[in-house]
Design a protein. Structure first.
Length: 617
């Protein structure tokens, strides 16, 4: 007997699906498909079709139980004459009368007996419907035999030797992993102990309500003290501001009194003086000068008209004008690099001198070096060189600070000497009673700077205590209502937060390193710029413009007052000489000015990057 056709009418996931198995010379059919394609469903459908659908079948998940139906046809070929006989029938779900024809008429169950040859469902499943679970159960039955006969049969069938030893090793390995009796050598109990320790550490790290309440009360007390200190600080600042206004206004009032006294003296001397006798001559000279100025104006206006006409004739190349900045840059670069060839020779000579100086320095250090590579082999490690560079950079900054401090000290000494001279020239007049009262009140307050420092120190201390109390709260740094509504996070969430904190710390370290590098670059550029200015004293375009503006203002003063020409002429000549000298010096030191501008731009760029990066921290 063979199956010719199987119809999955309503069974499992299938509806009206036909599986044809035609007869062939090599009469074997293999059904192939991916997981969940229905191969196991087809295997179960063959047994249910031949012997009946079980009462509790797992294949009624799509179609209702009473509507399950499987159909098909079986055939056999006579060996004598080769004639074929077939039987087509359907199987429905039910307790009896489940065998039907394809036209849905009843068939007796004895119709299949002569086709099945006395084969029942259990024998069919063991011989022709084996699946993975059946194979596992059969192997377990062989291995669980009461004597070694099953094991011998399994070894003979599979070709494995020493099956008992393999089973013993597997049992020993299982005992090393876990056993009902606790042992410190078993991996399960080692992992369990580690888990318990981690759980205990988590409990220790959990903030108790009592501790949080104590820290919260300390925070409230610190905030109260901080508010009191701020109030006292505001009152003191208001009193100091009032005294400072009195101090600033006093010199102005004294100057006003002195000016009023001088004005009274002038009025007491009588009416305003008369004009000099040569006032007419001065007026005539002024009229002549005005006439000459008008003539110059008319002449210049004519020149302007001619220039305007010539300008209108000129064809303006707007594209060329749009490249004005590039042309100016190229011109600046041309001026910078015009001495390039001679500069290379100078730099080569400087390189030779530096190499010679390096050899002398190496000899002074006791190094026997003849080449630059030998000198490099004696150079200290990178860490030592970095520290030496930082010390040298710090030395330049300290020298600049010292020079600045000395200059400020000299200026203060000069101011003190001037104040002493002014003080000697002052009379012993009576002191204003209001001023004496303000001074007495200031003396009662005490040393303002010291009091302000004490308030600042107390304010800083209170701020540190508040920040420390808030830091101890950790992730619970929130309001009591928000804390009460929070739930305890699981271990995975805690681990994720720790990983994020480690990543943030690494990123912060990298950004801080970059920020320190930018600060070092900014300091180095500032020192180089100060050294360049002190050494070469380049002339900037602003200085030239300022000198020319001073010259033009002096000339405008001469034109406004021609009768004072003899008085203003020396200053005008001095301004002209100064402006020309600065312009010539700028042309001579144009390379140094370009270097100064480049260093200023580098310093500003580094400062901007430092300022942008600083708020992150």
């Amino acid at each position: 007997m063979r199956i010719h056709e199987l119809n999955l009418i309503r069974y499992g996931k299938f509806t009206d699906r036909c599986v044809e198995l035609p007869f062939g010379a090599k009469d074997i059919h293999i059904i192939v498909g991916p997981n969940e394609a229905g191969k196991s469903t087809v295997r179960s459908a063959i047994g249910d079709w031949l012997f009946g659908i079980p009462m509790r079948t797992p294949f009624a998940f799509l179609h209702p139980m009473p509507e399950l139906r499987i159909g098909g046809s079986i055939e056999r070929v006579a060996s004598a004459d080769g004639s074929k006989s077939s039987l087509a029938f359907d199987r429905t779900k039910g307790n009896k009368n489940t065998l039907r024809t394809q036209q849905d008429t009843l068939l007796p169950d004895t119709v299949l007996q002569q086709w099945l040859g006395g084969l029942d469902a259990p024998a069919f499943n063991r011989m022709y419907a084996l699946d993975h679970s059946t194979l596992v159960e059969g192997g377990a039955g062989i291995l669980s035999a009461s004597d070694d006969l099953g094991r011998m049969l399994f070894q003979s069938a599979s070709g494995m030797e020493h099956l008992g030893q393999v089973l013993q090793r597997l049992q020993e390995e299982a005992d090393a992993l876990w056993a009902p009796r606790k042992s410190g050598s078993r991996e399960y109990y080692v992992a369990l102990e580690a888990f318990d320790k981690a759980h205990d550490e988590l409990k220790k790290g959990t903030l108790r309500t009592r501790d949080w309440k104590a820290q919260h009360e300390a925070l409230i007390e610190c905030e109260r003290a901080l508010n009191l200190a701020r109030q006292r600080h505001a009152e003191t600042r208001a009193q100091i501001s009032r005294l400072e206004r009195i101090r600033r206004v006093q010199p102005l009032l004294l100057a006003l009194d002195a000016s009023q006294s001088r004005l009274d003296d002038l009025f007491a001397q009588g009416p305003a003086p008369l004009l000099p006798e040569d006032a007419a001559a001065i007026l005539n000279k002024a009229n002549q000068a005005m006439a000459l100025a008008d003539a110059d104006i008319q002449r210049h206006q004519a020149v302007i008209v001619e220039a305007q006409a010539e300008l209108e004739k000129i064809q303006v190349d707007h594209q060329l004008l749009s490249l004005a900045s590039d042309i100016n840059d190229l011109n600046e670069r041309r001026l910078q690099y015009r001495a390039h060839r001679t500069d290379i020779v100078k730099r080569q000579e400087e390189l030779r001198l530096e190499l010679q100086r390096a050899g002398e320095k190496a000899s002074g250090l006791g190094w026997t070096c003849t080449t630059i590579d030998e000198i490099g082999s004696h150079v200290p490690a990178q860490g030592i060189r970095s520290r030496l560079n930082r010390l040298l950079k710090g030395r330049g900054s300290l020298i600049n600070h010292r020079q600045t401090a000395e200059d400020n000290f000299q200026k203060r000494q000069q101011e003190i000497a001037a104040f002493k001279e002014t003080l000697k020239g002052l009379g012993a007049d009576t002191v204003n009673p209001k001023l004496m009262s303000a001074v007495d009140q200031a003396l009662k307050i005490g040393d303002y700077d010291e009091a302000l420092l004490e308030f600042d120190a107390r304010l800083q201390q209170l701020g540190d205590e508040i920040e420390s109390a808030l830091t101890e709260l950790g992730t619970w740094r929130s309001s009591p209502e928000a804390l009460a509504s929070m739930s305890v996070p699981d271990l995975a969430a805690v681990q994720d937060v720790l990983n994020e904190q480690r990543a943030d710390a690494a990123e912060e370290k990298s950004l801080r390193s970059a920020l320190d590098a930018k600060k070092s670059e900014c300091d180095r550029t500032r020192v180089e710029l100060e050294q360049l200015v002190r050494t070469f004293q380049p002339i900037s375009i602003e200085q030239v413009v300022e000198a020319r503006a001073s010259r033009d203002s002096r000339w405008n003063a001469i034109k406004a007052a021609p009768h004072e020409l003899l008085v203003l002429a020396p200053d005008y000549e001095r301004n002209v000489s100064q402006a020309d000298g600065l312009s010539d010096s700028r042309l001579d030191k144009l390379q140094h000015e370009a270097d100064r501008q480049s260093k200023v731009q580098r310093k500003e760029s580094a400062s901007v990057k430092v300022v942008v990066a600083s708020p992150i921290f």
